[in-house]
Design a protein around this ligand. Structure first.
Ligand code: NDP
Length: 322
């Protein structure tokens, strides 16, 4: 048996219930994990509210870290006692869970459980955003929205390491300070003209890429910050679903590119998952980035974690301690 935080209907944080569930033994190709920490991500909120509908009841959570305590038939390369974690597999808010063995990765010794649970999903996201969608180049001036958030803090640090100049957006002076301390060269607060800053910092041209996780409130402004043939990466909806954009508008604004990526499609194969996590772990153990897990809640307080993340009260990553 295991305690797990589930939803039986879509809705507000009050629909999260702490249930006792039967876990059972791992089937062929599966392992059973005894989890220590699980990540709380914005996608959990989209799933809870029904923006991304789930078959119900569902155990929420897309990220976790723990130790293998049983192995199913046909699993090779993993042993009982191995410390593993996973990004983007539903069922994370639980003490014990079953999971496909080919969806977990070993956590390197230098990265402790809480850090791993706070950065595996967000860090794999940053990897595909800045290394694959638009491989950030020395000299690039880039825009990173929500630069004091979990994704945002790592994105600035990694992009800066790759030689970029980072413009970050945040909502408060305290968040601005944090963003600056983690790689943002120029921070834009509400009321400032982001387009003007983007133009000013690129000799009037505009930036080659905008990473926009805020959606509804920012997407159209993000488009106006791009140089001709620049790319708008719309990868989240923190303020609500972004507006529709006609292809003709992309043409009129300078043959722009628009993509709406999801981590699941960038780690779809075992090889992609391994390569993405390996690149992330190599960057983290190099000591060139600081991972901040600023909010830790007990598993039973998942609702409070959701409320904090949705109300813009958090910085860095948020986790549930099991
Ligand atoms: P964050 O820690 O970045 O939290 C979200 C931040 O968005 C807030 O702190 C806030 O920062 C900003 N924000 C702006 N407007 C609003 C609003 N109306 N309501 C709430 N927040 C708002 O979260 P994560 O690091 O977990 O995720 C960042 C984003 O990345 C999310 O949108 C998430 O969905 C997306 N994501 C996408 C993935 C993908 O593959 N497509 C994978 C992983 C994450 P501020 O107060 O400074 O404005």
């Amino acid at each position: 048996m295991s305690r797990a935080v589930r939803i039986h209907a879509a809705g507000g944080p009050e629909v999260l219930t702490l249930d006792t569930v039967e876990v059972g033994d791992p089937g062929p190709g599966q392992i059973r994990m005894r989890q220590t920490v699980c990540g709380v991500n914005f996608i959990d909120i989209y799933q809870r509210t029904g923006l991304y509908p789930l078959p119900l009841p569902a155990t929420l959570g897309m990220e976790g870290v723990g130790v293998i305590d049983a192995i199913g038939e046909g699993v090779t390369g993993l042993s009982v006692g191995d410390r593993v974690g996973y990004p983007m597999v539903l069922g994370g808010y639980a003490e014990v869970r079953l999971i496909a063995a080919d969806r977990v990765v070993r956590i390197p010794d230098g990265i402790e459980d809480t850090t791993a649970a706070g950065i595996l999903l967000r860090g794999c996201t940053v990897q595909y955003l800045i290394r694959r969608i638009h491989p950030v180049q020395p000299g690039d001036v880039i825009i990173n929205h929500a630069a004091a958030g979990g994704v945002g803090l790592l994105l600035s640090q990694w992009a800066k390491h790759l030689g970029a100049t980072v413009i970050g957006t945040v909502s408060t002076p305290a968040k601005a300070e944090l963003a600056r301390a983690h790689g943002a060269d120029r921070v834009v607060l509400p009321g400032e003209d982001l387009v003007a800053v983007a133009k000013e910092m690129t000799g009037g041209q505009g930036v080659p890429v905008v990473y926009d996780s805020i959606g509804k409130d920012t997407l159209m402004t993000s488009l106006d910050c791009l140089r001709p043939r620049g790319i708008l990466v719309s990868f989240g909806n923190a303020s609500g679903a972004p507006p529709a954009i006609e292809p003709g508008l992309l043409g009129a604004k300078g043959s722009l590119f628009l993509t709406r990526p999801s981590l699941g499609h960038y780690i779809a194969t075992r090889a992609e998952l391994e390569a993405t996590a390996a690149d992330l772990f190599a960057f983290l153990v190099s000591g060139k980035a600081t991972v901040r897990v600023d909010q830790r809640f007990p598993l039973a307080d998942a609702a409070a974690a959701h409320e904090a993340l949705a109300s813009r009260k958090t910085t860095g990553s948020t986790v549930l301690m099991v």
